[in-house]
Design a protein around this ligand. Structure first.
Ligand code: NAI
Length: 479
């Protein structure tokens, strides 16, 4: 704690380097900067205590400082142990102050946290000054939301959670975090949840968890699905990954992609962006899919759709993008070419069977550099696994570029304003932002690209049955 501000980051002296990058990012984030200007006077988040769990990058720093400019008090953690940019975290803590007298926001995040650190940080998220909890959650992948929901569940049942040895390590640590909390205050999460007006969720996996909770009637507060705003998933997931996937592979391995065979598992939004990037590099791209529609899309895009098992021995690079688990198993990696690159850009690390890989008798793990490991099998062949199977575009590179994240984070900011100021309009369910706001987010990014938008005439608008000022499509339109 320094100058009344609690935080845990790698090195505050990196703040100046972070600030320079934030300044450049602001120029590339016209949506967020325009929202700052629009709400400069009204400060719609005044009084909000926002607990954010989302990759602590330079772009996220611009989001955090936007929320603060709109009146919120903010605490932040990263939603992944490798994704923090330490200079960005330091700059957010220092804010307008100095390294000795920081005046920014409380951040608990550093690159290379252990899983224990991760859950400790996530718990810090809820400890606002004066013993208060958050009034808003902003989540990416749903871990902060999960902690609150599981906490309330165990507190309601009255039994302190007991992790089992065969529970995944992550889940054991979550339960231990709740057990510690219950030993100090048996109703902490229950009381906290009452003050939370809502959560806005960033990504596909987190949104899936929210719909599951809503179906089970177990959602404790309203949620806005930011991921499925068109200006989020059709931009960040696709064009963002098109930028950051090859960036991660290059920084990690410097392997030539042109001429190589790359397998993309999953042809959703992230898979489409991945395939396009790899094709752009001259790689031969193969796709695996379980959904006939996405498989047909891949085929129509000129890609070969294959069963993973058939191409294990011939492909050079494997990328999982499914949001599902057990996609590339240890047994698969045992059959790959020497030095095949194996990596994941789906939200959780269970797409690649890292635990199974570590259990192979006689396997040797050698660190080439942080977040790049050579796993050598007893037969002498090796695979290169990036970021220990976690999101490699954030672990090996710096995630998506500012311009595309401006779209995502403008949606996030509008969702926070909506839930905080109009909580009474929302029940305990999952909602989307209305289409006119989606179109607004896109509109805010046109000038920067020199786009000349055609304006409908009144007659044309009447002919196609829309308003001249939009929305221009019905809700079911798929873009
Ligand atoms: P999506 O639902 O559009 O695509 C996933 C695709 O994987 C679907 O088409 C599905 O049919 C397919 N799939 C499921 N199981 C499969 C299996 N066993 N084999 C082959 N294909 C399978 O989801 P989206 O938006 O593309 O997101 C994918 C993942 O990426 C999620 O975990 C999401 O949270 C994450 N994400 C990561 C980002 C990053 O920066 N790395 C950015 C945005 C999302």
């Amino acid at each position: 704690k320094l100058n009344g501000l609690d935080f845990a980051v790698a090195d505050l002296s990196l703040a100046e380097a972070g600030r320079t990058q934030i300044r450049l990012a602001e120029h590339e984030m016209p949506g967020l900067m325009s929202v700052r200007r629009e709400f400069a006077e009204s400060k719609p988040l005044k009084g909000a205590r926002v607990a954010g769990s989302l990759h602590m990058t330079v772009q996220t720093a611009v989001l955090i400082e936007t929320l603060v400019e709109l009146g919120a008090e903010v605490r932040w953690v990263s939603c992944n142990i490798f994704s923090t940019q330490d200079e960005a975290a330091a700059a957010v803590v220092v804010g307008q102050g100095t390294v000795d007298r920081p005046q920014g926001s409380s951040v608990f995040a550093w690159k290379g946290e252990s899983l224990e650190d991760y859950w400790w940080c996530t718990d810090q998220l809820f400890q606002f000054s004066g013993g208060k909890g958050p009034t808003m959650l902003l989540d990416d992948g749903g871990d902060a939301t999960l902690l609150v929901h599981k906490g309330v569940e165990f507190e309601g049942a009255g039994g302190v959670p007991q992790p089992e040895d065969d529970d995944p390590e992550d889940y054991q640590l979550l339960l231990r975090t709740i057990a510690t909390s219950m030993s100090q205050d048996p109703q902490r999460f229950t009381n906290m949840a009452k003050d939370i007006r809502g959560v806005s969720e960033e990504t596909t996996n987190g949104v899936k968890r929210l719909y599951q909770l809503a179906r089970e009637d177990a959602l404790l507060f309203p949620a806005i699905n930011v991921n499925d705003s068109v200006t989020k998933s059709k931009f960040d997931n696709k064009y963002g990954i098109r930028h950051s996937l090859p960036d991660g592979i290059n920084r990690a391995t410097d392997t030539m992609l042109g001429g190589k065979t790359a397998v993309v598992c999953g042809y959703g939004d992230v898979g489409k962006g991945s395939a396009e990037a790899l094709r752009g590099q001259g790689a031969r791209v193969l796709v695996t899919e379980i959904d006939p529609i996405c498989a047909l899309q891949a085929a129509m895009d000129g890609l070969e759709v294959v069963a993973l098992e058939r191409v294990l021995a011939s492909a050079d690079v494997f990328i999982t993008t499914t949001g599902n688990f057990n996609i590339i198993m240890a047994d698969h990696m045992a059959q790959m070419k020497h030095n095949a690159v194996v990596c994941n850009v789906g939200h959780f690390d269970n797409e690649i069977d890292m635990a199974g890989l570590a259990r192979i008798p006689g396997i040797v793990k050698n660190e080439i550099k942080p977040q790049v490991h050579e796993w050598t099998f007893p037969d002498g062949h090796a695979v290169l696994v990036l970021s220990e199977g976690r999101l490699m575009n954030l672990g090996n590179a710096t995630g998506h570029p500012s311009f595309v994240m401006s779209n995502s984070f403008t949606n996030q900011t509008l969702a926070q304003i909506e839930l905080f100021t109009k909580a009474v309009n929302y029940g305990k369910d999952v909602y989307m932002l209305p289409k006119h706001l989606d179109e607004k987010v896109a509109r805010l990014h046109l000038d920067a690209l020199g786009v000349e938008l055609t304006r409908l005439t009144k007659e044309q608008a009447e002919y196609i049955g829309v308003d001249v000022d939009g929305p221009y499509k019905l809700d079911h339109y798929r873009y």
